[in-house]
Design a protein. Sequence first.
Length: 138
Amino acid sequence: MSLNESLGAPQRCRILVMDDEPLVREAIAMLLKSMQYDVLDAATGEEALQILRELPPTDPPLLLIALLDLTVLHGQGGHEIIDPLRQEFPDVKAVVMTGRQDDPLVANFEEHGFVAVLSKPFQAKDLSELIQRLCDMP
């Protein structure tokens, strides 16, 4: 039995992966696509917002999950993008991805509009379980 068969990957979730490191972004996107999720990817917060603004509506609407890298060197990261993202897409389930556990945002992620923290580096199983849990949330 494959990972997506055991977890029953639903088709009703669209996942945006935002990370400025191409190899990290591509690896996460490939993993999620292998689990049958609809995946978008962006290098910066600005690019992520532009991609989401250009998406056609779906019927029924897809649940949007955004995996946001906390720190982006040449653009907006999770810190900067969460407020405009939540304003334009209020139902988004935003997850902060970071290797910096000492950042104050990590300790108080919910106060900043995030629903979870995904600590880098993480295992495929951790990502899969988190996404499944978020897709199942009302």
